[in-house]
Design a protein around this ligand. Structure first.
Ligand code: AMP
Length: 541
């Protein structure tokens, strides 16, 4: 074998911030902080403070591969930790603060976190869990000395740690397969599972995510990640930003329509990313106040299916191109993104939209296939649907601390999603396999039913779940939240389905509710709804 003669430079997360400092040192990181103000710094500042924090972690006794947790909003301190922790060889464990404190304590113990850094908003959580988290030696409040909150838990001040440490720090070199960060799945059933990324998987994912047919990020962008930094590393955006030198705008805790719109405008944001439920809030606010975007030209929507009505509204009314993307915690998270091909450029606007509604084509590096019940490959004809399997260098191989369980099927990761793939390679999620409605042996996609519901002008949010039926086993039940002051009856809504989907797929009943429970990452909790409506008697039953 003749080996190539190129340098064997290990891929390292620290290289990203070094690059951003050297080549985009004055590009800005803007953060709405828990202090209530807008904070500005540059990549140069952020790199300096990350080196100080890396030294601080050393003084706290954090060793290679030990876990440092965060419980924090999107902000510059959180981003400093992304580089300080992973860059120094420890593992950044981002925790979702919207989980129940008991679940958080469980995760902290499972991860054996040594240090936990938190925004002071989350002090009540820290006070509830501290006594149960024996592995945590240091609780760091991410704030300056003057604003340190009184607490029965012994706290260390983040800014004191920074100030007490030198910025002279050489990022260590190590094997690129070293673990870099840890994120637990939302775990709608059973305990959450840890997904442990490496420097290699993160860097490869970052290169791929930045590509024009993926997130398409550049030094000319101002990125506002609405997706939280505790949800799969904000879909990789902090790393992509550093790789490309883009300006970053962090929204902190203020995710309501007004706060977001103000920040988009004030900071001349060009691109954003988030789950549909967040955009719903923003669009409702903008519609009510007759607002537009002046600089925002595109947004990434994923985490759950983007309703066609939302995609259309963004593009046709607001001039914001929607990039529909699909992925999961186990995939770092990006798997597919929906951009057109050259041959689509002559399509009519309607035909283009029909392509864009899909979850899209794989990003190079990810391999996907759909299989039937017998495990055999299904055709890519846009019609056959089956279990979606993936593999690639940023796809999970084993869960953290479950090394003797093989979650793969013949080397492929089963995503739990059911989908079609068309001849051009565009994948479309039919449903989560748990959510699909099995009516008399035929499958009904709950996503399709929801998409029609939210295209009705009076509907703010809709979830379709299965209800028991003596003849058909399951039939679709539609749970709807109306828009404020809007009226629509069950009959009107059911009529709205006519001609849009097959007659037998139209829901059997509609119930109006004040709200639909959302999970920790902003997705509708359909298992909670199924539980709530488990004894529901359909009029047709
Ligand atoms: P999580 O690991 O919490 O990010 O959840 C991953 C799951 O979210 C996927 O397996 C899908 O079921 C769902 N998901 C993510 N993006 C999309 C999308 N664009 N359309 C439909 N479902 C999605």
């Amino acid at each position: 074998m003749l080996k190539g003669l190129m340098m064997d430079t290990p891929l390292a997360i620290s290289a990203l911030i070094k690059h951003a400092d050297r080549h985009h040192g004055d590009a800005q990181i803007v953060s709405r902080r828990v202090e209530g103000d807008i904070h500005r710094c540059t990549y140069r500042d952020l790199h300096r403070r990350a080196r100080q924090m890396a030294n601080a972690l050393g003084t706290l006794g954090v060793q290679t591969s030990e876990r440092v947790a965060t419980l924090a909003w999107n902000g510059y301190r959180h981003m400093e930790l992304y580089f300080a922790v992973s860059g120094s060889g420890a593992v950044l464990h981002t925790i979702n603060p919207r989980l129940h404190p008991e679940q958080i304590a469980w995760i902290v113990n499972h991860a054996e976190d040594k240090v936990l850094c938190f925004d002071i908003t989350f002090l009540p959580i820290i006070e509830a869990i501290a006594a149960h988290c024996g592995t945590v030696k240091t609780w760091v409040a991410m704030i300056d000395k003057d604003r340190m909150p009184p607490s029965k838990v012994s706290l260390t001040c983040y800014e004191d740690l920074i100030n007490a440490n030198s910025d002279r720090y050489e990022w260590p070199e190590f094997d690129e397969n070293l673990a870099s960060s840890l994120c637990y799945t939302s775990g709608t059933t059973g305990n959450p599972k840890g997904v442990l990324y490496s420097h290699r998987s993160t860097l490869l994912h970052t290169y791929a995510a930045a590509l024009p047919d993926a997130l398409n990020m550049s030094a000319r962008d101002a990125i506002l990640p609405v997706v939280p930094m505790f949800h799969v590393n904000a879909w990789g955006l902090p790393y992509v930003a550093a790789m490309t030198g883009a300006k970053v705008v962090f929204p902190g805790a203020a995710l309501d329509g007004k706060s977001l719109h103000d920040l988009f405008e004030a900071e001349r944001v060009t691109v954003s990313a988030g789950v549909p439920t967040v955009w719903q809030g923003l669009l409702t606010y903008m519609e009510a106040n007759h607002l537009k975007f002046s600089t925002m030209n595109r947004t990434v929507i994923g985490g759950s299916a983007c309703p066609p009505a939302m995609l259309r509204l963004f593009q046709e009314k607001y001039g914001v191109n929607v990039l529909h993307a699909w992925g999961m915690t186990e995939m770092s998270p990006l798997g597919t993104a929906c951009t057109l091909k050259n041959k689509h450029l002559d399509l009519s606007p309607e035909q283009r939209l029909a392509v864009q509604y899909k979850q899209g084509r794989v990003i190079f590096g990810v391999d996907m296939k759909i299989v039937g019940d017998d495990g055999g490959d299904l055709p890519w004809d846009g019609k056959a649907f089956g279990d979606l399997l993936v593999r690639g260098p940023w796809v999970l191989r084993k869960y953290f601390k479950e090394e003797n369980v093989d979650p793969l099927r013949d080397g492929w990761f089963p995503t739990g999603d059911v989908s079609t793939i068309d001849p051009d390679g565009y994948m479309q999620i039919t449903d989560r396999s748990k959510d699909v409605i099995k009516s008399g042996g035929e499958w009904i996609s709950s996503i399709d039913i929801e998409n029609v519901a939210v295209s009705h002008p009076a509907v703010a949010m809709a979830a379709c779940i299965s209800a028991r039926h003596p003849k058909w086993d399951e039939r679709p039940l539609l749970v709807v939240v109306r828009k404020p002051n809007a009226q629509v009856t069950k009959e009107e809504l059911l009529k709205h389905y006519e001609g849009k989907i097959a007659k037998w797929q139209i829901p059997d009943d509609v119930v109006f509710v004040d709200s639909i429970p959302l999970g920790a990452t902003g997705k509708m909790l359909k298992n909670r709804l199924r539980e709530q409506f488990k004894d529901y008697r359909l009029p047709s039953a």
